[in-house]
Design a protein around this ligand. Structure first.
Ligand SMILES: [Zn+2]
Length: 381
């Protein structure tokens, strides 16, 4: 099933395991970055690691057996489907005893992980949703207007109208006042058409709120249309498209996705730029993995800014959950630290659990020159 909206997250979050542990798996299957072989290997390693962790859990034999059954089902799904899996990410949710099973195609690669918990782990789904905007596309010509909804890389026709605007043909014989009269008549029809389109756009926005409005208008008429739009909608216009009302949806989608990616990238680089400015003026910011996790251990991190897919192993204090790059013992309580596969993933979880924000930045990014990770810090009390 394709991952498409928040209702899917809510349904998973509502699932009642009634005391059982359940399994959630996330895997990046982005063929732009990884070969099929690499993806299959990553999956295998993830499952092996999860099996070892399940067996080491201090839970009843019965509960551990359930997890093992979840993992068996997940492994066989992967063996059958990964060879032809086309989405950029995979999420699996299994609760064997309850007979619950769900496989989601993700439009964006998540961080690889398997989580055992009393509830399904849905936070990566929410962060994927945040990466995408809910876009309304309005394509308008002299006689037609078409609305599309574009969300999570999918396009859906919302509505369509046709207006009876006479074409602008200049016929011989009409001169002076008569010519002007005809033009005024055509203009009135045209303005009517734009008004109708503007009203419909507002009605659609009330039915299903969208974040952005993209407009493609023929003959540079977008100004005419926009003058009729409700100010609430005028604020949502984020792009003017080349696409035309008569274009096939697939072509429209292609342009919309390219524009959306550009807008998102610009938003991300703005955050990076802000971070760099804060660093340069010696303000409330830090950068580099070592300093960032140190500040995190000090409870100072407000917003974590990290390159998407940045990953490396590290160590964690089992007692404090403090993170370290290489300390074998926690400097605070002298406890032996444990290895964690992905210290960035742990850092992200920690920030979110404490109510902070995480901004993941698509590479290439200027953040790379600052170690690929940094943070805005809290004001000290
Ligand atoms: Zn400790």
């Amino acid at each position: 099933m394709k991952f498409q909206d928040r209702s899917q997250i809510e349904a998973l979050a509502k699932f009642k395991s009634q005391g059982d542990l359940v399994t959630s798996l996330y895997l990046t299957t982005d063929k732009g970055r990884l070969s099929r072989k690499e993806i299959q290997l990553a999956f295998k390693n993830l499952i092996n690691d999860a099996r070892a962790r399940a067996c080491a859990l201090s839970a009843s034999k019965d509960r551990i057996e359930n997890l093992t059954r979840d993992l068996d089902r997940i492994a066989s799904f992967g063996n059958q489907k990964l060879g032809t899996w086309n989405a950029e990410g995979l999420a699996l949710f299994a609760a064997s005893r309850k007979g619950f099973w769900e496989a989601l195609e993700l439009p964006h690669g998540p961080r690889d992980r398997v989580v055992f918990d009393a509830n399904f782990y849905v936070r990566p789904l929410a962060s994927i949703l945040d990466k995408y905007s809910h876009i309304c596309v309005l394509l308008i010509s002299r006689r037609e207007a078409v609305w599309y909804d574009v969300t999570l890389g999918e396009i859906k026709l919302l509505d369509k109208i046709q207006s009876d605007v006479p074409s602008r043909v200049r016929e011989g014989g009409f001169e002076g006042t008569k010519q002007k009269k005809i033009e005024r008549h055509i203009d009135a029809h045209l303005q009517d058409h734009y008004k109708k389109a503007a009203r419909k756009t507002f009605a659609l926005s009330k039915r299903g709120a969208f974040d952005w409005l993209f407009i493609g208008a023929e003959e540079n008429h977008s100004g005419d249309l926009e003058s009729h739009l409700h100010s609430y909608l005028a604020d949502k216009i984020k792009a003017r498209l080349h696409a035309r009302a008569s274009d096939p949806p697939a072509k429209v989608l292609e342009e919309v996705l390219a524009v959306e990616a550009k807008l998102k990238k610009a938003e991300e680089e703005e955050i990076v730029q802000k971070l760099i400015a804060e660093l340069e003026r010696g303000g409330l910011a830090t950068s580099g993995l070592r300093d960032t996790i140190h500040r995190l251990n000090q409870f100072e991190v407000q917003t974590l800014v990290v390159r998407h897919n940045f990953s490396r192993s590290g160590r964690i204090c089992p007692n404090h959950r403090f993170l370290y790059l290489d300390d074998l013992k926690c400097p605070v309580d002298d406890k032996k630290t444990e290895i964690v596969k992905d210290i960035i993933d742990e850092a992200i979880e920690t920030v979110l659990k404490r109510g902070g924000t995480v901004k993941q930045i698509e590479p290439p990014t200027r953040l790379d020159r600052y170690g690929g990770i940094g943070a805005f810090l809290k004001y000290k009390a």
